[in-house]
Design a protein around this ligand. Structure first.
Ligand code: MN
Length: 236
């Protein structure tokens, strides 16, 4: 069984060059989800997140989710949908799609939501929205930190856009706020991996130390851009 898929070629044929950038990265599943390139060197987030953790996290954990997601997609006979599309209707698919598709996409988002420490802050538009919904920038950090510390076992904490409302939420395992099975749905703006594999080499059991370090390497340009795209930032 082979799916017919025009993909990028169709976009080029349309001649709509303005759409090229938007289409980049929205690869339909034509047999292989590719491990996305890490946008910086393994040591780029030092000293906040160490190079060895980044290397293992990316080359072993993220690579394994990607490989297993591909295997699960093949097993389930899925073709022609993006990872976002599959996860939005994940209740229709086997648990292997939920677990490995979530792992594939969550890490892809996470790498882009991090960047070498720059001291940058959220855009004016995002800052205003954060202040409106949480009271202050410190208050949103506090709420996010509390949520991240409270995750029992493995999971993620998220800042999401639910319509006009910004929310902090957590998901277990590799669940994502874009999945139809989670209670707090929304578009992920910022996320933090709180699986032990994300910090144990450097921080051991001190998750709070890892959460504090994380704020130094948030890619506010990327996060703000996702918000500024009128909440249409669910695909990267
Ligand atoms: Mn991870």
């Amino acid at each position: 069984m082979k799916s017919v898929f025009l993909g990028t070629a169709g976009v080029f044929a349309s001649g709509l060059t303005s759409k090229l950038k938007a289409a980049k990265g929205r690869k339909k599943w034509d047999g292989v989800f590719v491990l996305p390139e890490l946008p910086y060197a393994f040591n780029a987030l030092e000293p906040h997140i160490d190079a060895k953790t980044m290397e293992i996290h990316y080359t072993k954990h993220h690579a394994a989710y990607t490989e297993k997601f591909n295997a699960a997609g093949k097993e389930a006979g899925l073709t022609g949908k993006t990872a976002n599309e599959l996860l939005k209707e994940v209740s229709k698919y086997p648990a292997s799609i939920r677990n490995n598709g979530g792992g594939y996409l969550n890490h892809k988002l996470f790498w882009n939501m991090l960047a070498p420490a720059s001291g940058k802050m959220p855009s004016a538009k995002l800052s205003a929205a954060l202040t409106k919904d949480f009271g202050s920038f410190d208050a949103i950090k506090e709420k996010f930190n509390t949520s991240a510390k409270a995750v029992f076992g493995s999971g993620w904490t998220w800042l999401i856009a639910d319509g006009d409302k910004l929310k902090i939420t957590s998901t277990p395992n590799q669940d994502s706020p874009i999945m139809d099975i989670v209670s707090d749905k929304g578009i992920p703006l910022l996320c933090l991996d709180v699986w032990e594999h994300a910090y144990y080499l450097k921080n051991q059991n001190r998750r709070a130390e890892y959460i504090d370090a994380f704020w130094n390497v948030v890619n506010w340009d990327f996060v703000s851009q996702r918000y500024d795209m009128n909440n249409k930032g669910e695909e990267i």
